[in-house]
Write a protein that binds this ligand. Structure first.
Ligand code: FES
Ligand code: FES
Length: 182
């Protein structure tokens, strides 16, 4: 077993894990972050995307021990930013308003990838959105409404004059005992 410490959605957790444990399994099975789904066993679908130190990562392609010391944001820790009192992130709101989901299985990964895309490219073209999300597969929507949602969120975020990225931007970390639950 290996000792790992990571901040997840603003809370620091310390645990012992098998060295072969994938990050997504650690988050789901040990830390209760079941909002991050597993959609494939080939690292192709993108459903498991979350943010590690602010950047999109497929959490099924990373070992938990590789995330030791990392600052992780899952879909469960994403919010609208400072002063929004836990409201949805504009990307989440846009997915709802533009019907960017059907079964919802791909949605956590889509949202997290889109937030990172808009952080690095605040004013993307439709092609850039499609290219930016090409690592995320959706079997339901045909992508049209997902692209609409991301472009709408980009406009909303530009209107706000700031990018509300991740929980870690808004809330200070609070140390918890080993194996702490949110
Ligand atoms: S579950 Fe990670 S890419 Fe499919
Ligand atoms: S909404 Fe069902 S897989 Fe995307």
């Amino acid at each position: 077993m290996a000792r790992v410490s990571m901040k997840v959605d603003g809370v620091v957790y310390e645990d012992h894990v098998e060295p072969r444990t994938l990050l997504v399994h650690h988050l789901r099975e040990k830390l209760g972050r079941v909002g991050t789904p597993v959609g494939c066993d080939t690292s192709n679908c993108g459903a498991c995307i979350l943010h590690v130190d602010g950047e999109s990562v497929k959490s099924c392609s990373v070992l938990a021990v590789q995330a030791d010391g990392a600052d992780i944001t899952t879909i469960q820790g994403l919010d609208g930013g400072e002063g929004t009192d836990g409201a949805w992130h504009p990307v989440q709101t846009a997915f709802q308003e533009h019907h960017g989901l059907q079964c919802g299985y791909c949605t956590p990964g889509m949202v997290m990838a889109a937030v990172d895309l808009l952080r690095t490219n605040p004013d993307p073209t439709e092609d850039e959105v499609r290219h930016g999300l090409e690592g995320n597969l959706c079997r339901c929507t045909g992508y049209v409404n997902i692209v609409k949602a991301v472009l709408s969120a980009a406009s909303e975020l530009r209107g706000q004059g700031a990018h509300r990225g991740s929980f870690q931007d808004a809330a200070p970390a609070q140390a918890q005992p080993a194996g702490a639950r949110a």
